[in-house]
Design a protein around this ligand. Structure first.
Ligand code: AMP
Length: 218
C-alpha cells in the first residue's frame, strides 16, 4: 500500500483497536483512535469531553464537527507526519470527505482503507468480554486474551475495566449505528478502488499477519 494514511474500517468489536496498536508497534506508524481521544477528554473533564460524554454513553456518534476539529489538530502533530493508522475515524460520509480534503491540504497521499470483516454474532461476544487498560488502552478479552494477573495490564501495570459502552444494550445500539452510518463507507472506499477486505476471524496474530500483507500490497 503506497498510502501513508490507512483507515481501519469495521464494526465495533472487529478488532480495530487491538490490530492498530500492534501494527503501530511493529511499523512505528502513529495510531490515531478518536475513541481513545474522546475517552481521554471525558476522563479529563475537558469541554470536548463534556460535550461528547452523553453521545458516547448512549452508543451514538459524537457530532461530526467535534470530530473534525479533533482530527485536524491530531494530524498536525509531529508524530503524525509519517505513516498514520486511523482507528474509528472516519465513521460517516461527511468525515470521509473531510479526511480527503484534510490530506490534500496537508500535501499527503489519499487514504487507503482496510475493512476487518467479522460475523455479527462474534461481535457481541467479543465486546461483552472486553477489558481495557485505563492507562495505556491495551485491550484484553476474558476468553481469548486474559491478562496474566486478573484486572492488571500486562503492558503497563494499569487497572483494567470494562468500557461503559460495552454493556449489552449499548452494544446493540452501537452495532445499529455502525450499520446505518459507517457501513456505507465500505462502498465509498471500494468505489474509489481504495479498499482491501481482510478476514477478521482468528487469533490476533493471524489477523495481524493478514493485515500486514494487505497494507504492504494494496
Ligand atoms: P470507539 O472506541 O472507536 O468504539 O469509539 C467509542 C465511541 O466514541 C463511539 O461509540 C462514539 O460515541 C465516539 N466516537 C469515536 N470515534 C468517533 C467518530 N469518528 N465519529 C463520531 N463518534 C465517534
Amino acid at each position: 500500500m503506497s498510502a501513508q494514511t490507512v483507515v481501519l474500517l469495521g464494526p465495533p468489536g472487529a478488532g480495530k483497536g487491538t490490530q492498530a496498536a500492534a501494527l503501530a508497534r511493529a511499523t512505528g506508524w502513529a495510531h490515531i483512535s478518536t475513541g481513545d481521544m474522546l475517552r481521554a477528554a471525558v476522563a479529563a473533564g475537558s469541554a470536548l469531553g463534556q460535550a461528547a460524554k452523553g453521545y458516547m454513553d448512549r452508543g451514538d456518534y459524537v457530532p461530526d464537527q467535534l470530530i473534525v476539529e479533533l482530527i485536524a489538530e491530531r494530524m498536525a502533530a509531529p508524530d503524525a507526519q509519517g505513516g498514520v493508522l486511523l482507528d474509528g475515524f472516519p465513521r460517516t460520509p461527511a468525515q470521509a470527505d473531510m479526511l480527503d480534503e484534510l490530506l490534500i491540504r496537508l500535501g499527503r497521499e489519499p487514504a487507503a482503507a482496510v475493512s476487518l470483516e467479522v460475523a455479527p454474532d462474534q461481535l457481541v461476544r467479543r465486546l461483552s468480554g472486553r477489558l481495557t487498560c485505563q492507562s495505556c488502552q491495551e485491550v484484553y478479552h476474558l476468553e481469548t486474551r486474559a491478562p496474566r494477573q486478573a484486572g492488571i495490564c500486562d503492558v503497563c501495570g494499569g487497572q483494567l475495566a470494562q468500557r461503559s459502552d460495552d454493556q449489552p444494550e449499548t452494544v446493540q445500539r452501537r452495532l445499529a449505528v455502525y450499520q446505518e452510518k459507517t457501513a456505507p463507507l465500505i462502498a465509498f472506499y471500494r468505489a474509489g478502488h481504495r479498499l482491501t477486505a481482510v478476514d477478521g476471524l482468528g487469533t490476533p496474530a493471524e489477523v495481524a499477519g493478514r493485515l500486514k500483507e494487505a497494507i504492504a500490497w494494496s
